[in-house]
Design a protein around this ligand. Structure first.
Ligand code: SF4
Length: 336
């Protein structure tokens, strides 16, 4: 029965589990439509082809420059367009960032992500971030940054400083994007991703679900990610955190099973990428998170804060890992 269902969406002879960049929306739609047991089985089977299912990669995210962002991302409390009570701060200084990085390493993080609420970095700011990247890397941590749009020379400068990953999310489908952000285009996002890729930096790129999008938008988001010239090495799938003061504060909560399905489809469509169970964990039950790990999520953010929104306390995560027999991923994950 399950084979018949699977084959229905895959008349083109593409085996599930292969790394492909020609995913059609029809194929991705067919994955979303699978009965939940079949979807979970395929996701878990494919996950085991590339990863140890007990291992979850741990990243820590620090906001190095908070608030005052000129962009209008409808989910974001750091935008100047919304009254969310997040004050605009200055770029943190190097020593303060390094203190946080040392603490993250001591807590078991293997990657340290630095986020700045900019449309795009000014060259002077970029130099300060490059100094942070060099010093954090010297502590033995992988480095990741999310600084907004980058030009090709800026991406090369970050690479020269030793940056391992750059995060820039497509957020949603091309069709729904204009309902979420008006201050820059989908193509702007894709351009930054191609500059990052061309500079030789690993790409961290995913999106957010629960923003009022249709299922077809989740299909479009995964199809876009899986059809990039190379799959992002890291694919964060975020559940919307509904922050008071943002336009999405009153959105109805997404059904957790719809979220788990999105993780599973991401796992199947990008078999060798690390899929991150990202924002929204604070409000997620342990049972939902466990299903996400079964669906192929193998990375989380660790620490009490995600930029400006709450994240589960580290103790709570440690207890959940112990309960599930999950251990931190030690080695660098495979690259697509
Ligand atoms: S998501 Fe990033 S770019 Fe968008 S408003 Fe927030 S900080 Fe600015």
């Amino acid at each position: 029965m399950s084979n018949i269902t699977l084959e229905a969406g895959f008349e083109h002879g593409n085996p599930l589990g292969a790394i492909r960049h020609d995913w059609t929306r029809e194929e991705v739609r067919a994955l979303f439509a699978l009965p939940f047991p079949d979807l979970m089985y395929e996701a878990q089977r494919i996950h085991r082809m590339h990863f140890d299912p007990r291992e979850v990669q741990i990243s820590t995210l620090l906001s190095i420059k908070t608030g005052g962002c000129p962009e209008d991302c409808a989910y974001c409390p750091q935008s100047v367009h919304y009254d969310t009570g997040v004050p605009a701060g200055k770029l943190m200084d190097l020593e303060a960032v390094l203190a946080e990085a040392r603490a993250a390493k001591a807590a078991g993080a293997s990657r340290f992500c630095m986020g700045a609420a900019w449309r795009s970095p000014k060259d002077r700011d970029l130099e300060a971030v490059c100094a942070m990247v060099e010093e954090v890397k010297a502590l033995g941590l992988e480095t990741c940054a999310t600084l907004g749009m980058l030009t090709a020379p800026q991406a090369r400068r970050l690479k020269a400083a030793g940056l391992d990953y750059y995060n820039h999310n497509i957020d949603t489908s091309p069709e729904y994007y204009g309902r979420i952000i008006t201050t820059r285009t989908y193509q702007d996002r894709l351009d930054t991703l191609s500059h990052v890729r061309a500079a030789g930096i690993h790409v961290c790129c995913g999106g957010i679900v629960g923003m009022g999008e249709r299922l077809e938008d989740r299909v479009g988001m995964i199809a876009t990610l899986a059809s990039l010239p190379a799959h992002p090495e890291s694919v964060p799938i975020n559940m919307l955190v509904r922050v008071e003061g943002t336009p999405l504060a009153r959105r109805a909560a997404l059904d957790p099973i719809a979220f788990v399905r999105t993780i599973a489809v991401a796992r199947i469509a990008m078999p060798a990428s690390v899929v991150r169970l990202s924002a929204g964990r604070e409000d997620m039950s342990e049972e939902t998170q466990a299903l996400c790990f079964l669906a192929g999520a193998n990375s989380i953010f660790y620490g009490p804060k995600l930029l400006t929104t709450p994240n589960p306390e580290p103790d709570r995560d440690t207890r959940m890992f112990d309960k599930l027999g999950i251990v931190p991923m030690v080695d660098r994950p495979p690259v697509t």
